[in-house]
Design a protein around this ligand. Structure first.
Ligand SMILES: *Cc1c(COP(=O)(O)O)cnc(C)c1O
Length: 448
């Protein structure tokens, strides 16, 4: 039989991987996908409960999205987006305006999440330069944040694993100690607190607010930090604080948008609007690389003037507004529009969280089970009482990952946090199955 994995390793340098690990765990070569399942070249089935890096929203090869994409490919694959436009992009903006938090109405297209973050940072900076606040040259972000991998986006991030080495070439971002609900220093719980930790943001704004152009935040869910979840009240308070200091609130909804948190956008839980929102991942259902930042009329107006005023946002990406990607995004909205998929996902989220609590909380190394929408995270600790983490060199999460792969379940933990972030269409049978397998693998790696 042809050895695809061997051929892969001859050429491919995989993302976010120590390539030497592939000596003991060869790349799994996927042939096709259907619903939440993937099938490799030997026909083995995998449960994609991490939505292929959180982007697959409604299952693989969804017939409606696939046919929309095929139809668009027969009409127009791409066109320059400066001075030219096309129906798919125009329809998409109009439809998104109707469902986004109030006030977000001007759309700028990029082709990946990190680029949308960078563009949002630039637009915020330029806004303040053009509206009489040249001293606003800094950005703020939370501890353990993740906003992407390109230089400015990486600067906003705070996961040592990705950023530490590059510090000498990164922007100097002002860091706010963010919420840490599992190990709350104020002794509170997520559902019984007044976001006492917000005093950290107040202190930092008092010191640096005047020189800050924007704060970036992953609303309610800090994904790469280990699926850390915090209450909506934090965002409400942040909105008020940003207004006080004339600082833009940039919502990075790249991971949380399109129903992942149980509402269409995470900001919907807080009932306030950011000044700029970044979207990607679920935007095209996981079909095509595309991202958007969307902002307010107020920000847009600060750039609108005669050409020679030099106020235009001179930022572009070759594939801005790609029609194939826009056709997928429109197809996603076709499917989400009547609300039935989100409603079903919300119901299933309750079931999913219940069975995960039932199956995992009894294990001596499970420190916490937390969830928002269908996203569930299981944080493993060496000591349940003290919440002491495992030595990361043991790679406990990675051992569980490898074990579960044998059973055809893709867990891919973040450090020692096992999580599920499945497509919204996952059914109860599959939830039962993947949680059974995950518990079995946990028991094998960490015997009860
Ligand atoms: C994935 C992600 C990004 C980066 O998007 P890319 O398309 O990988 O560049 C940024 N922020 C968050 C919250 C993400 O989950």
């Amino acid at each position: 039989m042809y050895n695809w994995a061997e051929k892969d390793l001859k050429y491919v340098w995989h993302p976010c991987s120590q390539m030497k690990d592939y000596e003991t765990l060869a790349p799994i070569v996927i042939e096709r996908g259907e619903g939440i399942y993937l099938y490799d070249t030997e026909g083995k089935k995998y449960y994609d409960v991490i939505s292929s890096w959180w982007c697959n929203l409604l299952g693989h090869c969804n017939p409606h999205i696939s046919s929309a994409l095929k139809e668009q490919a027969g009409k127009l694959e791409h066109v320059i987006f400066a001075n030219f436009s096309h129906k798919q992009a125009i329809r998409l903006c109009e439809r998104l305006t109707a469902i986004l938090p109030e006030g977000l109405c001007k759309f700028n297209f990029t082709d990946n999440g990190s680029s949308a973050i960078e563009a949002a940072m630039k637009v915020s900076f330029q806004y303040h330069q053009q509206t009489g606040n040249p001293q606003k040259t800094k950005f703020m972000a939370l501890t353990e944040a993740y906003h992407g991998e390109t230089i400015a986006a990486l600067s906003a991030g705070d996961c040592d694993l990705y950023t530490k080495l590059y510090k000498p070439i990164l922007l100097d971002v002002v860091r706010i100690k963010g919420p840490d609900c599992f190990r709350c220093p104020y002794g509170k719980t997520r559902d019984n607190c007044d976001c006492e930790c917000f005093e950290q943001a107040e202190k930092t704004f008092a010191a640096h607010g005047e020189e800050t152009t924007a704060i970036l935040v992953e609303p309610l869910l800090q994904g790469s930090a280990g699926m850390k979840i915090y209450p909506p009240l934090y965002l409400k308070k942040l909105r008020a604080l940003c207004d006080k200091y004339n600082v833009h609130l940039i919502a990075d909804e790249i991971a949380t948008g399109f129903g992942r948190t149980g509402k269409m956008f995470a900001f919907n839980h807080a009932g306030v609007s950011p000044d700029i929102m970044c979207l990607s991942k679920g935007l095209t259902g996981g079909y095509m690389p595309m991202a958007i930042f969307v902002t307010t009329q107020k920000i847009y107006d600060a750039f609108y003037d005669d050409y020679n005023s030099k106020k235009a946002f001179m930022h572009s990406h070759t594939y801005s507004g790609n029609p194939l990607a826009c056709s997928c995004a429109n197809a996603v909205l076709d499917l989400l529009e009547d609300g039935s998929i989100l409603k079903q996902a919300q119901e299933n989220a309750v079931y999913f969280n219940n069975i995960i609590k039932e199956k995992f909380l009894t294990h001596p190394n499970v420190g916490e089970v937390r969830h928002i929408g269908l996203i569930n995270a299981i944080e493993l600790v060496e000591n349940k009482q003290s919440k002491k983490p495992f030595d990361s060199n043991l790679r406990t999460g990675y051992q569980i990952y490898k074990r579960a792969l044998k059973e055809g379940v893709i867990l891919r933990p973040l450090g020692d946090v096992i999580y599920f972030n499945p497509p919204l269409i996952i059914n109860k049978n599959d939830m039962d199955y993947v949680t059974d397998i995950a518990r079995k693998c946990l028991d094998e790696i960490l015997p009860d």
